[in-house]
Design a protein around this ligand. Structure first.
Ligand code: 2PG
Ligand code: MG
Length: 422
């Protein structure tokens, strides 16, 4: 097994221009791998923490250079000279931090290091990352593509964070991207006519940014675009409600166009599932309401995805399984901080029949590794933004490359999902 020869940590920028962590690894064979930690904005309270410099002036106090100056040497000394064994290195990172939420090293540091080590190990075996992690990987995920951005991801008056399309009927990643690009263009024209040019400015994940006060209006816009393209048969819709950020604890109401009680919100979900081809809802309730999620799971026969609710944590996923809450895990490895822990959460969820949706963060970088991770996990879906902006297209372009590499061996998750939820 190859060895980790050197590890360097450095401040790099994410797509919002905020600083994040880059990890650079060299091996004893002279190979080099780099990985960047992505950064969330609509983060959950149970996520592992990104550590930043509180007193740094540059970037309005959100730098990481002083933090790295404090921890980089310790991390490098602990890891240099070790074999490139992901599980062992992740275990050392966990121990070095000493707490589950990674408050000392920061999940931004541990995620970048964990991923850089995995990339270096794959390089040392001369195989792509997905194949190194899972030699039997064959399944390409369906993209969940975010065409209207709101909530914390856009400067608009749209309370719902993400309006997504799922091209379930597309026979390949290539077709899925073509279909979605056509819909994105049609939607752009509809939005331009109704809201004006400024609504075409992309939000953090590349989606359009009209002011959409209700779930129904956003879905109407997307339905019109899909119909114009003649793609209604193969396209379904999804929502990321990011309900934690709509919730007012003092009144126990969710604020969209008006305050909604949980029951009213569930009636709304039932309506859009029955009438508007919505087959997937992420974070339909606030992050601590697992029992509410369980209630909804009994009521609706659609995909219900836990993001802030599950935070890619084996502990929280186990509790969700126990309560029969939700049926899909949003998988973001920086929510827990190491690939090994995130892997364990996915395996546990899969064993209990949960779908895996590998996800970007809103503050992505050009690092495309989540495409490889999605294929390695056999995830049925990947959520990585609209089909525009380099940090989003990097992932789609990598999926296209994997699709070409797998050739006739490639399998596609869309058909099974259409059978289950379509
Ligand atoms: C989400 C994510 C990614 P953020 O809520 O699903 O879309 O947002 O990275 O800001 O947490
Ligand atoms: Mg989410």
């Amino acid at each position: 097994m190859a060895y980790l020869k050197s590890l360097t940590l450095a401040e790099v920028l994410d797509a919002r221009g905020d600083p994040t962590v880059g990890a650079y690894v060299t091996t004893d064979q002279g190979l080099r791998a780099a990985a960047f930690a992505p950064s969330g904005r609509s983060t959950g309270r149970h996520e592992a923490v990104e550590v930043r410099d509180g007193d740094e002036e540059w970037y309005g106090g959100r730098g990481v250079r002083r933090h790295l100056a404090r921890v980089a040497r310790d991390v490098a000394e602990a890891l240099e000279g070790l074999p490139l064994d992901i599980a062992r290195i992740d275990e050392i990172l966990r121990r070095l931090d000493g707490a589950g939420a990674k408050p000392h090293l920061g999940a931004n540091v541990t995620s970048a290091v964990s991923l850089a080590v995995a990339k270096a190990a794959a390089l040392s075996h001369n195989v792509p990352l997905y194949q190194y992690l899972n030699p039997l990987a064959r399944t390409l995920p369906v993209p969940q593509m975010n065409l209207i951005n709101g909530g914390r991801h856009a400067f608009n008056e749209t309370p719902i964070q993400e309006f997504l399309v799922l091209p379930l009927g597309a026979p390949s990643v290539q077709a899925a991207l073509e279909w979605t690009m056509r819909v994105y263009r049609a939607l752009s024209e509809i939005v331009r006519q109704r809201y004006g040019q400024h609504a075409l400015n992309p939000g953090d994940e590349g989606g359009l940014t009209p002011d959409v006060p209700t779930v129904q209006i956003g879905l109407d816009l997307m339905s019109r675009a899909v119909e114009q393209c003649g793609l209604s048969d193969g396209m379904r819709f999804g929502l990321d409600m990011a309900a934690t950020h709509l919730y007012e604890p003092s009144t126990q109401r969710y604020h969209i166009d008006r305050p909604y009680s949980r029951d009213e919100l569930f009636d709304l979900y039932a309506e859009v599932a029955a009438q508007r081809r919505v087959i997937s809802i992420e974070d339909p309730v606030q992050e601590d309401d697992l029992s509410g999620l369980a209630l909804l799971t009994r009521r609706l026969d659609i995909q219900l995805v836990g993001d802030d609710l599950f935070v890619t944590s084996p502990v929280r996923v186990r509790e969700a399984i126990r309560q029969k809450a939700g049926n899909a895990l949003l998988w973001k490895f920086n929510q827990i901080g190491t690939l090994s822990e995130a892997w364990a959460a996915a395996e546990l969820a899969k064993r209990h029949g949960y779908e895996i949706v590998v996800s970007e963060r809103s503050g992505e970088t050009e690092d495309a590794a989540i495409a490889d991770l999605a294929v390695a996990l056999g995830a049925s879906q990947i959520k990585t933004g609209a089909p525009v902006r380099g940090e989003r297209t990097a992932k789609y372009n990598r999926l296209l490359e994997i699709e070409r590499e797998l050739g006739s061996q490639a399998q596609h998750a869309g058909e099974a999902l259409m059978g289950r939820y379509g």
